[in-house]
Design a protein. Sequence first.
Length: 152
Amino acid sequence: MMAFDSNEVAKSVSEEQITQLVHRFYDRVREDKELSAVFEAVIPADKWPQHLALMAEFWSSIMLGSGRYHGKPMQAHMRHLALIQPEMFINWLGLWSQTCKELLVPELAEAMLGKAENIAKSLQFSLFGIYQDIPRSAANLPVSASLTTGMH
């Protein structure tokens, strides 16, 4: 397996890839029994386009350092704490993992998964005082490395 610089790989993602990833991921979230209940309670159907655009800005800022996102994710999640359970982060990360692996080459998927794992751990700690690794779900194994970046 070839070592790679995850920051360099992260910067190879395009805005188009981020948007596609966000849309596909949230399609899956909306189909997930546990996660969909939270999002349905919080985001009215007519506000989904704005939410998807905001999440694309968030991931653009995380991966590309674009500075497009100006929200406060911790405060947004704190407002809905009664709806969120710690184990939901496993489902969230599992769906993110599945979507990254489906749409991105392995190194880029791994870079985005690493960022998502850090975000999930940070949210879980801030919301519940739990600091632990969150599995990508039993069905999702780590992404293997290859030599190209971009989409499959």
